[in-house]
Ligand binder design. Structure first.
Ligand code: PLP
Length: 400
């Protein structure tokens, strides 16, 4: 049950319960402060809302359908709907946020964009909107990720972005983020930094959650049409940093009849040392500008996460989700690589939809949920599986 006194929304200081805030080097302060002072004003301007929603409609393809998955429903003896974020332009929910942020950047008078990317999905969504708006785009990416994610590097370059290799540390997402922040410090006047999830210093988690909240705004209208009530009994989403989950949960945060269900990547299992299940393994700490749960050693060194799915392979989690987990408002499941693969096969064969590996983690929760025959379940299908075909081919032996 939800305790009356608990708030799940950000407060004035940028906190969700004990988590959030802005822990940034002094040199970054002017940039973040400029954004903090202006983001709500910009976003609530009717002209901004009109431009944002027009682009979501005609460029991204919103509203995305809410599809009744009949065969999955029959299998699990309940009523399962899929929110089809996989049908967004660029194949995932990430573009909802990059569209919003580039419009904020424009209104702040910025004409250059910097971003970090791990698997390349956020880099592609950022390069896409930069091309759309004619803005210069620099994407920092770990040198190892550049090797591993060649197709997305090619996509970003095709879209006109400059992809810069981060060669420090482990040469992955964490290092790319550090270098993108350094770039922003050195170019504070003309550049906006587009963060790709509900992470980073305040106001990023709140701003990104608000842009992604279009997902649950649409679910409410669509469920009302199909079920005669605007809330589901369960809404399920996978959580890496937590942006698609934040969007799917947003308008149900204060709805006690809706259980919020998050699927985290357990990798090979939470106790194997090869995992990314932050709410199970993490402790409070500061990463990338905010206080949250973080996978770390006794002396506070970040532990390298592992997941089969590049988009969930992150050692932290957004502060909103840290609060939802520790307060008990959301229930978190740890889903292994194997379970996610089974979820992907099931969605593909029962519904004719190949999900992203990230989204497949959400499907794997269905068997653990115990939803009833008159209950309604919404799964946020965050992205399509084309980008994961090589992994599916290999792990499911599709070519043997
Ligand atoms: C990036 C990505 C995720 C994970 O990011 P969140 O911020 O946790 O949503 C999930 N699904 C897909 C398809 C992605 O591309």
């Amino acid at each position: 049950m939800i305790q009356e006194s608990l708030s799940f929304h950000v407060n004035e200081e940028g906190y969700y319960g004990d988590f959030g805030g802005a822990f940034i080097p002094e040199m970054l302060y002017p940039n973040v402060e400029e954004l903090r002072q202006n983001y709500l004003k910009i976003m609530s301007d009717p002209a901004f809302q009109a431009e944002f929603h027009a682009l979501l409609k005609d460029y991204v393809g919103r509203p995305t359908p809410l599809f009744k998955a009949e065969r999955l429903s029959a299998k699990y003896g309940t009523n399962i709907y899929l929110k089809r974020e996989d049908l967004c332009h660029t194949g995932a929910h990430k573009v909802n946020n990059t569209i919003g942020q580039i419009l904020v950047a424009k209104r702040l008078g910025k004409h250059k964009i910097v971003a970090e990317t791990g698997a390349g999905q956020h880099g592609v969504a950022t390069a896409t909107v930069c091309a759309l708006m004619g803005m210069e785009c620099i994407v920092y990416m770990g040198a190892i990720d550049i090797e591993r994610q060649a197709p997305n590097v090619a996509r970003m370059r095709m879209l006109g972005a400059e992809v810069v290799a981060a060669k420090s540390g482990s040469q992955t997402l964490k290092d790319a983020t550090n270098e993108a922040m350094r770039h922003w410090i050195n170019h504070p006047v003309d550049t906006h930094y587009i963060i790709g999830s509900v992470v980073g210093p305040h106001p990023y988690p709140d701003m990104v959650a608000k842009f992604q909240s279009v997902i649950s705004e649409e679910i409410k209208v669509q469920l009302m049409e199909k079920e005669g009530r605007d809330y589901p009994d369960y809404v399920i989403a996978c959580v890496g940093g937590g942006s698609n989950a934040a969007g799917a949960f947003y308008h149900y945060l204060d709805e006690p009849r809706t259980a919020l269900i998050a699927a985290e990547a357990a990798g090979q299992g939470v106790s194997t040392g090869h995992s990314a299940a932050t709410t199970f393994l993490g402790k409070p700490g500061v990463l990338h500008g905010s206080k949250s749960l973080l996978m770390q050693t006794e002396d506070g060194q970040v532990i390298e996460p592992y997941s089969i799915s590049a988009g969930l392979d992150y050692p932290g989690i957004g502060p909103m989700h840290a609060h939802l987990a520790t307060s008990g408002r959301a229930k978190f499941y740890d889903i292994t690589d194997e379970e996610a693969l089974e979820g992907a096969v099931e969605c593909s064969r029962l519904e004719g939809i190949i999900p992203a590996l990230e989204s497949a983690h959400a499907f794997a929760v269905l068997g653990k949920l115990g939803a009833g025959a008159d209950e309604v379940v919404v799964i946020n299908l965050s992205g399509r599986g084309d980008k994961d075909l090589a992994t599916y081919q290999k792990r499911l032996k599709l070519n043997d």
